[in-house]
Write a protein that binds this ligand. Sequence first.
Ligand code: ADP
Length: 192
Amino acid sequence: MTRLIIMGPPGSGKGTQAEHIAHHFAIPAISTGDLFRAHVRDKTTLGAEAGKYMDHGEFVPDGITTAMVSQRLEEPDAGAGFLLDGFPRTVAQVDALEDLLSAKQQPLDAVLALSVDDDELVARMLRRAQEQGRSDDTESVIQRRLELYRDETAAVVSAYSKRGILLIVDGSGDREQITAKAIAAVESALTG
Ligand code: ADP
């Protein structure tokens, strides 16, 4: 059983890495953004509530988010472990996840943080914006998103760093090499 979290700034390729890493460990990659979008699409009660916040680019309240993750972790495929993507994003969520997992005696194995320098992230996102013909993805907007990400995650990163389970992986360069580095870091943490 492998229980992991992945974090990474916008433009870091986190979603793609999550899929490949989860595949290697034969665990589901669980993205809270995807889960919320599925609830909105299926018009569930939770989706109706969450949609109000998502429409404004705001965080869905911790209680709703945690309840959804808790429910998802009860599904059979998560019996093998999981890789969470997009959760936890607040210290309250870090604590809620801890409570949830300690009740099941299933501690987290590792938290992967992809690190990519800002210059490379900006360059990648500008390139992507150009390829997709978007004009709103300007350098200043991109800088702002990176800033928000840092503000948002600083406390979460530091919480896991204090617990001694944070693994920082260099997220620049070749997709496959980054996946390999992340897997190697997790495996060495697992074997202690
Ligand atoms: P982004 O990385 O652009 O924020 P996501 O797909 O991760 O996109 O999330 C989409 C939306 O879902 C967020 O804007 C937020 O409203 C909601 N969301 C996702 N994860 C969380 C979370 N852990 N806590 C609160 N809201 C969340």
